[in-house]
Design a binder for this molecule. Structure first.
Ligand code: SF4
Length: 413
């Protein structure tokens, strides 16, 4: 198998994604020329709906990292960051975006037209430490941008109380005031309600698509998970709803016709942690032996339904919940989610990606491994790697472990 590679996609709609990615970055780069302020922000929070409702352009530096990985730019970005004195142990997203804004971007380079400079920066006061630090770096790199420092309680999903929610509501209102003052635009409440409705519709479609993956054989594997690009960048737009409707129709058709990802599905696998963006082909690795990556941790992050009747409250709740859904704010919750998914998707074995530069999502994996074995009798394999830095991944080691694991799973069948 190649050392690096793109994943093999079976869905026609997954192949359509490149057009959607190109159009999104074109829109980002044309925004300023059309008088639309550009704001950089972390993903997975209620800010995206507020931005689309106020006709502002949201840009997600974290999402730019997989793009850089796909275009083979990470080694150069890491080189710039390491020369600035940052440790190789830090989050790969942080090292990549820092290297990009101080390297290629300064020289006017980058794929898809590069990222437009921010007029606004939404700097988070929650999530993981690296994601907060990314935005501190951006504040220094773009001193002319107007900065909103968000402050949210770092609280596990199961511990969210009424007072946390009230505080998050006041933060959303403070964000709206900041954007109004910084851009001169006002928020039309009817337009916000419409955006929240579109956002919720996208979540409902997402859930429907994910549910079809429970079918045997599964019509959709983790190799197609790039479709979440629309959930990261387009939530609250008709574009996301239209695209996910087409994906849902195709997945449903395949499920009803019993068309699997491969012809003879023998073993159903689960992927824990962020995928290796520089080598998404790994998600197809097991297919020659009859193994399909049926589900993964990441997809649960987009299952948050919104209360369309209470737009501000629902966005506040989304801001409190989104990051903790996938990160380690609660290991207990993460363990529950993995076990639930493995049960519902009829999983035979789990791959636990021990991600060297993402501690929040890697922490707790040994607990998850024990629980899978004890509660469900599901064996798992720990793979050493990294979501961004391929220097932390050995293909030879992966192949040795993965082949032995598959052999064991096939014998168990
Ligand atoms: S959750 Fe992990 S990958 Fe995401 S920003 Fe934090 S450390 Fe990086």
């Amino acid at each position: 198998m190649e050392k690096s590679g793109k994943s093999k996609k079976r869905l026609t709609t997954a192949k359509e994604l490149s057009r959607i990615i190109i159009e999104y970055y074109q829109e980002c780069n044309q925004a300023r020329g059309m008088g639309k302020p550009v704001g950089w922000m972390p993903p997975m929070n209620g800010g995206i709906e507020i931005f689309y409702a106020m006709d502002l352009q949201p840009v997600f530096p974290e999402n730019w990292s997989p793009i850089c990985a796909a275009f083979g730019l990470t080694p150069e970005n890491f080189r710039v960051t390491e020369e600035m004195g940052y440790s190789r142990d830090l989050c790969g997203y942080l090292r990549n975006i820092n290297g990009y804004v101080y390297g290629l971007m300064k020289n006017g380079g980058g794929p898809l037209g590069g990222l437009p400079e921010p007029d606004l920066i939404i700097s988070p006061g929650a999530g993981c430490i690296p994601v907060m630090k990314i935005f501190h770096i951006m504040e220094e790199r773009f001193p002319d941008a107007k900065v909103f420092r968000a402050d949210l309680p770092q609280v596990a999903v199961e511990d969210i109380r009424e007072d946390h929610l009230r505080y998050a509501v006041s933060e959303i209102n403070r964000l709206i005031e900041f954007l109004t003052e910084a851009t001169g635009r006002t928020l039309d409440r009817d337009r916000l309600a419409e955006v929240v409705m579109l956002s919720d519709r996208a979540c409902a479609l997402w859930d429907e698509i994910m549910a079809y993956r429970k079918s045997i054989p599964t019509p959709f594997s983790a190799a197609e998970i790039g479709i979440m690009f629309v959930m990261v960048t387009r939530q609250g737009t008709q574009t996301a709803v239209d695209y996910l409707t087409r994906v849902r129709d195709e997945v449903r058709e395949r499920a009803l016709s019993k068309i699997g990802v491969i012809e003879n599905e023998k073993v159903r696998l689960f992927w824990d942690n962020i995928p290796p963006w520089y080598n998404m082909g790994l998600l197809n690795y097991f297919e020659t032996m009859g193994g399909v990556m049926v589900a993964e941790t990441y997809s649960a992050a987009w299952s948050l339904r919104l209360d369309v009747k209470n737009p501000i409250e629902t966005l506040a709740m989304k801001s409190l919940m989104s990051y903790p859904m996938v990160s380690c704010v609660s290991i207990k919750k993460r363990k529950e989610m993995v076990l639930k998914a493995c049960r519902e998707y009829h999983i035979d074995g789990a791959i636990l990606h021990s991600n060297k530069s993402c501690h929040p999502i890697t922490l707790g994996q040994m607990d998850i491994k024990r629980a899978l074995e004890k509660d469900l009798g599901i064996p798992s394999l720990v793979i050493d790697g990294d979501h961004m830095d391929e220097r932390n991944f050995s293909m030879a080691q992966f192949q040795t472990r993965a082949d032995a694991f598959m052999e064991m799973l096939l014998q168990k069948k």
